[in-house]
Design a protein around this ligand. Structure first.
Ligand code: SF4
Length: 460
């Protein structure tokens, strides 16, 4: 089979990173290998996100830049997938005349067939069909991971929650879960290939299996915890309204489940939470946090905040700020609200001015910076266990980014998902060895704004 190259430009969340890996896996059977050099690609895919206006603009600006390449190389195939493709469908063919394929969020497994048709007939194809449920043929074991140590595994897709600012239920469809046996065998395959940590993905993993009446999420976690050779389990994202007691107990009981939860709160104001259709109140959220900390005192909690939701006044914003201080998050992702097509909040009056949104964003970012620094400083002098992902960025820069020598500085993550760069030799072997994929104890020496610095702890 003739070797061909595919370049995938991924925009957006971890779910999209996983989908891009799935595209790579499906296209491999047709002889496509991934390339980082766009000029040598036979197929270019934009895997898009529409959750915020900025992400959508980024996708169209990327596609626009491909016009010259297509004019120079008419055989080049250009495809757009993901949420923008699902939402805009054939309108994209009119807007971007050099695009050949528009494929929606449920069409990834059909991509190789579409590419073949375009190559043979020079036609243009749109496939945004959405299906109920999940078919086992829609997933393949991934062959590319962000690091050889860590991999994403989708356990469900879609969402039934209809938060008023969000387009996910419209572009990813209704909630559907994969069977536990498929998930387990995918993870076993990844572990056999050297993966030590999996992050389970879904828009709302807490309601895994509910609709299908298959095992619930804590049961699935227990099954994954029993897989030999797997070191760590993470998951994202959790909806606070569905955070059950058995799931909180799992943080206490399952040795491989990391002490970290991403629990998006979005706002600290009950009025705004109601307008967002989040289905919990500020006090319910704070109770869940307190319960989590009872079951797992060391748990790291991160969250998402949206500033400038329609109608958010100064008192609502202050309620968000006071919630941030009350929880003392380990990390926050902060977004400015933007209207999205099909999202109910787009029709709400009382839009907040852009300048006010920007100002609130900055206020929350600096407020959180203080919490992150405080949490990082509290770790100085402590010994933490780090799963090593590879060479640290600093080490990479020092070596000029090339060379096969073993790194002097390594990078990994704590159980609580904090990035640790560290130096040192593993004493057990008496010499420098490749630590990628190992867990090592590191003494934290320095707290930085976004990471920690340490040295390998001497063996006792
Ligand atoms: S829970 Fe809400 S924010 Fe999350 S994907 Fe579903 S609708 Fe969107």
């Amino acid at each position: 089979m003739q070797s061909k190259h595919v370049f995938i430009y991924t925009i957006g969340c971890q779910m999209n990173v996983y989908d891009s890996q799935q595209m790579t896996a499906f296209l491999a059977s047709d002889g496509y290998t991934p390339t980082e050099d766009i000029d040598t690609a036979d197929l270019i895919i934009a895997n898009t996100c529409t959750i915020r206006a900025k992400a959508e603009q980024k996708a169209f600006s990327f596609l626009g830049r491909l016009a010259t390449a297509k004019a120079r190389r008419p055989g080049l195939i250009i495809a757009i997938g993901g949420c923008v493709a699902q939402q805009e469908g054939e309108r994209i063919l009119r807007r971007v005349p050099h695009v050949d394929i528009v494929f929606g969020t449920h069409a990834v497994s059909r991509l190789p067939d579409m590419v073949r048709q375009v190559a043979q007939r020079r036609c243009r194809i749109v496939d945004t069909t959405q299906v109920e449920g999940i078919d086992a043929h829609e997933f393949l074991p991934t062959i590319a991971t962000p690091s050889p140590v860590s991999a994403f595994v989708t356990i469900m897709r879609g969402c039934d929650n209809y938060c008023t600012y969000c387009v996910v239920p419209h572009v990813r469809g209704r909630e559907a879960s994969r069977s536990a046996s498929e998930i387990i065998s995918e993870i076993e395959g990844l572990v056999a290939g050297g993966v030590r940590e999996v992050t389970l993905l879904g828009q709302n993993v807490n309601s895994y299996g509910e609709k299908e009446g298959i095992s619930d999420f804590p049961e699935l976690l227990a099954q994954i915890n029993a897989i030999d050779g797997l070191t760590r389990i993470r998951f994202t994202t959790s909806h606070p309204k569905d955070l059950s007691e058995p799931l909180m107990c799992a943080f206490r009981d399952l040795s491989k489940l990391c002490d970290h939860i991403h629990l998006p709160v979005q706002s600290g104001s009950d009025t705004i939470l109601k307008g967002m259709n989040r289905q919990y109140t500020r006090s319910v959220y704070l109770d869940r946090v307190a319960q989590l900390r009872t079951y797992c005192p060391t748990i790291a909690i991160t969250s998402d905040i949206i500033v400038g939701f329609p109608g958010e006044d100064e008192a609502d914003f202050q309620a968000t700020q006071s919630l941030i201080d009350a929880v003392g998050f380990d990390g926050l992702f902060v977004f400015m609200y933007s209207d999205r097509p099909n999202a109910a909040a787009t029709r709400l009056p009382e839009k907040v001015a852009e300048t006010v949104k920007r100002d609130r964003l900055q206020q929350v970012l600096s407020q959180q910076e203080a919490h992150t620094r405080r949490r990082h400083r509290a770790l100085v002098g402590q010994t933490v266990t780090v799963l090593v992902e590879g060479r640290s960025k600093q080490d990479h820069a020092a070596s000029g980014g090339v060379g096969a020598r073993l790194p002097v500085q390594w990078m990994g993550r704590t159980d609580g998902n904090k990035i640790v760069n560290f130096a040192g030799v593993d004493e057990g072997s008496g010499e420098r060895r490749n630590l990628t994929g190992s867990t090592v104890d590191v003494i934290i020496k320095k707290a930085l704004a976004h990471s920690l610095w340490g040295e390998i702890a001497p063996r006792r």
